[in-house]
Ligand binder design. Structure first.
Ligand code: PLP
Length: 363
C-alpha cells in the first residue's frame, strides 16, 4: 500500500538495524567495509561510493520526490554542480532570469571559463522563444528566489521533451509537499537541503533526485568520481530532521499566510509577493530608505541569509543572497533595493506580526 509522505518520513531509518532494533538509524562512521570473501561485497565498500546512513537518507529523498534514486550532497551548490556535470563541456542551458544569486554566480563562472553557455528566460513565452535544438537543458526555480515568479512545470516539460532537452527544477522553495516536479515531467529535482527539508538552520546539505534509473546511475557514478557526498553525521541529522518536516512546513505555511494578510494591509508596504503557497514571502517597502530602520528595529525576527528553518529570518537580497548579480541587471528584472524576503518559521504568529508591526511604525 502506498504510504503518505508523513508516514514515510516519520519512519525513516526505523527497522534498518535488525540486530539491535534501533528506532533511530545508527551513524555508520566507518569509511571502509571488509569483504566477506574475495570477489564478494556486503553492498558497502567505501563511503564515498555508498554509506549505510546516507543510503537510508537517499532512499527517503527519492521516495519523497517520486524519483528512481537520489544523491545527498554536501550543499545545495554541490548538488547543482553535480547535476550540471551530466552535460558535456560547451553545452547550452536556458535558465530562470530570477534565481538564487549563488546559482547565477556558478553559471557566470562556467561561462567565463568557457565550460558552458547560459541564456536566461523571464516567463513561459520567453522560454518558448528561446528554446532551440542547441539547448541541452532548462534549469528553473519555481517560485523563483526572491521574486516568486511561477512557471508551470508540465508546460515546460512538454517543450523540453519535444526538444530532446532535460528539465532540471530547483524545488527548494516549495518542497515535495507542495510540488513534485518529477511527476509533472521534469527529469531532475535539486534541493538545497539546508533549507526546509532539514529546517533547523544547523545543516548544510544538497539533494539531486533523478526520475530515470539510468540518469540516477550516471549521477551516482559522478558523485563517486568527484566526491561531493554528504558525510555520515550530517546524513543522520538530515534523517532526524526529515521526520518532522511535514508538520514544520505546515505550520510555517500557515504562519506565512497570516503574515501575508498583515503585510498586505500595511501602509508602509508597497507590494507583497507571495505565490499563495509555501512559507517564503517577499515584499517591497514604500521607500528603500526605510530598509535599514526596519532591519534595525526587528527584535524577534533575525536579519540573516538562508531560509526554511524554524526561526523566522528576514533577508535583504540586494546586499546578501543576490549581491553577486550586477545591480543594473538585478534592477532590470525587478530585484530592487526596496525588496525584503521573509522566511517564516514556526513561532506563534501573533508574536511575528507584533514584531513586524513595531518595526514598520512610521516614527
Ligand atoms: N537553491 C536555492 C533556491 C537557494 O536559495 C540556495 C541557497 O540559498 C541554494 C540553491 C544553494 O544551497 P546551499 O546554500 O545549501 O548551497
Amino acid at each position: 500500500m502506498k504510504k503518505e509522505i508523513a508516514t514515510i518520513l516519520a519512519q525513516l531509518g526505523n527497522r534498518t538495524d535488525q540486530q539491535t532494533g534501533a528506532i533511530s538509524a545508527p551513524i555508520y562512521l566507518s569509511t571502509t567495509y571488509a569483504h566477506p570473501k574475495f570477489g564478494e561485497s556486503t553492498g558497502f565498500d567505501y563511503t564515498r561510493t555508498k554509506n549505510p546512513t546516507r543510503s537510508i537518507l537517499e532512499e527517503g529523498l527519492a521516495q519523497l520526490e517520486g524519483g528512481a534514486g537520489a544523491v545527498a550532497t554536501s550543499s545545495g551548490m554541490s548538488a547543482i554542480q553535480l547535476a550540471f556535470a551530466l552535460f558535456p563541456v560547451e553545452s547550452h542551458f536556458l535558465v530562470s532570469r530570477d534565481l538564487y544569486g549563488g546559482s547565477y554566480r556558478f553559471f557566470q563562472e562556467l561561462e567565463t571559463q568557457g565550460v558552458a553557455f547560459f541564456t536566461y528566460f523571464t516567463d513561459l513565452t520567453d522560454l518558448k522563444k528561446q528554446l532551440s535544438a542547441e539547448v541541452s537543458a532548462v534549469f528553473l526555480e519555481t517560485p523563483t528566489n526572491p521574486l516568486m515568479n511561477v512557471t508551470d512545470i508540465s508546460s515546460v516539460a512538454k517543450l523540453t521533451q519535444a526538444n530532446d532537452a532535460l528539465l532540471l527544477v530547483d524545488n527548494t522553495f516549495l518542497t515535495p509537499l507542495r510540488q513534485q516536479p518529477l511527476l509533472d515531467g521534469a527529469d531532475i529535482v535539486i534541493h538545497s537541503g539546508t533549507k526546509f527539508l532539514s529546517g533547523h538552520n544547523d545543516l548544510l546539505a544538497g539533494v539531486v533526485v533523478a526520475k530515470d534509473p539510468v540518469l540516477y546511475q550516471r549521477l551516482a557514478f559522478l558523485a563517486n568520481t568527484t566526491g561531493p557526498c554528504l558525510g555520515s553525521f550530517d546524513s543522520w541529522l538530515f534523517i532526524r530532521s526529515l521526520k518532522t518536516f511535514p508538520i514544520r512546513f505546515e505550520k510555517q505555511e500557515e504562519n506565512a499566510k497570516k503574515l501575508v494578510d498583515f503585510l498586505q494591509g500595511h501602509p508602509a508596504v508597497k507590494e507583497v509577493l507571495y505565490p499563495g503557497v509555501g512559507a517564503m514571502i517577499s515584499f517591497r517597502l514604500q521607500e528603500k530608505t526605510q530598509v535599514p530602520k526596519l532591519l534595525q528595529r526587528l527584535q524577534l525576527i533575525s536579519f540573516a541569509e538562508s531560509l526554511g528553518g524554524v526561526e523566522t529570518l528576514i533577508t535583504y537580497p540586494t546586499t546578501q543572497t543576490h549581491a553577486d548579480i550586477p545591480q543594473e541587471l538585478r534592477e532590470s528584472y525587478g530585484l530592487t533595493a526596496d525588496l525584503l524576503r521573509l522566511s517564516v518559521g514556526i513561532e506563534g504568529v501573533n508574536d511575528l506580526v507584533a514584531d513586524l508591526d513595531q518595526a514598520l511604525k512610521e516614527e
